[in-house]
Design a protein around this ligand. Structure first.
Ligand code: P6P
Length: 334
């Protein structure tokens, strides 16, 4: 019987066999994974734990917070304060970075997270998730400022997401491929179930919120029009469409069976390059998708080449199967 490989064993073997994982980064990942287990527990209990519905508060994005947004954020903050491997954390839910308390040990890493992505789906029982990204503070600075977070996504040393769905899964990369773990709820452990996850290079499936069509830029209008034209159109094949309104669920589907996910710039707010957040959604998902052989651009350039100007910077996102992402990027540059 093939022995089950736990997350801890996988991380130690990565560290020992491939030297791919410094011990303090391994400990950080284990801490985040443990926090995601606690979040999964609350999400899975739902109404039984009285955690559905609105918190009655708003976040820095001006969005109404769900109770579980706040719960998930608090779980991640508390879990990561004592480990000694972080200088600071930044959350999509909070305006400023969260410093490690003075009496706690500090380290060289910076952790960013979207504690509960897609939380508008919580009350209707559709998959949601946690997204996280890890950077190293410049010169290992253990008293980092907001400016220390403003590094291009190509500087990430690790990224991952947990998807809370029919299965609870954790998907990780450290720059040496993408690995998936499924939560064994009886044992409460993440078990390696998907080695070297790879995005199929071609696809017949696209994901976009069609209700925004009239607000898209011309290249997107043209590209989506050609997808919808199907076999009779210039692309010569029929496409299917999906939209879950939960980026984690979309990315997980795409990394599993291919696809292209798009959240384009919207003419309703010309000042904003897009809806999604570069640091908490764009960069970690771009790292994972690229490590799985896909592409991730803002329509013009590689998402991971963008140098952020602020913690909550937005970005247009086109990511997934490289044939389709290259095509839509070509339309922007044509
Ligand atoms: P819309 C969730 O709020 C999110 O940030 C992503 O997870 C998701 O892909 C997108 O926004 C959904 O946006 O405008 O379709 O509700």
């Amino acid at each position: 019987m093939s022995s089950r490989i736990s997350l801890s064993r996988f991380l130690i073997e990565e560290q020992r066999l491939h030297g791919a994982l410094p011990p303090d980064l391994r400990l950080l990942i284990e801490t985040v994974a443990r926090a995601c287990k606690a979040i999964a527990h609350s999400v899975n209990k739902g109404a039984l734990a009285g955690v559905l519905g609105d918190a009655g508060t708003g976040n820095v994005q001006g969005e109404a917070q769900k109770k579980l947004d706040v719960i998930a954020n608090d779980i991640l903050l508390e879990a990561n304060e004592w480990g000694g491997n972080l200088g600071a954390m930044a959350s999509e839910e909070m305006e400023l970075p969260h410093s490690i308390p003075e009496h706690m040990p500090r380290g060289r890493y910076l952790l960013m997270f979207d504690p509960l992505d897609g939380s508008s789906n919580i009350d209707v029982n559709i998959s949601v998730g946690t997204i996280f990204s890890v950077l190293e503070a410049p010169e290992g600075n253990t008293q980092p400022t907001e400016a220390d977070f403003l590094q291009a996504g190509s500087h990430q040393v690790a990224a991952g997401y947990a998807v809370y769905g029919p299965q609870n899964m954790l998907v990780l990369t450290f720059g040496h491929g993408v690995y998936g773990f499924t939560l064994d709820r009886e044992l409460g452990s993440w078990v390696l179930t998907h080695r070297n996850m790879t995005v199929p290079a071609t696809t017949g499936e696209f994901a976009i919120n069609m209700s925004n069509q009239r607000h898209w830029e011309a290249p997107v209008q043209r590209y989506v029009g050609e997808l919808l034209a199907g076999k009779e159109g210039p692309l010569g094949k029929d496409y299917n469409m999906r939209w879950v309104a939960s980026m984690v669920a979309e990315v997980h589907r795409i990394i599993t069976r291919g696809g292209i996910f798009m959240y384009p710039k919207d003419a309703r707010d010309p000042a904003k390059p897009g809806k999604l957040r570069l640091m908490y959604e764009g960069n970690p998902m771009a790292f994972i998708i690229e490590q799985a052989g896909g592409l991730a651009t803002d329509g013009h350039r590689r998402i991971m080449d963008i140098v952020p100007q602020g913690l909550h910077e937005r970005v247009a996102v086109f990511l997934g199967s490289k044939e389709e992402v290259a095509r839509v990027t070509g339309y922007h540059q044509g």
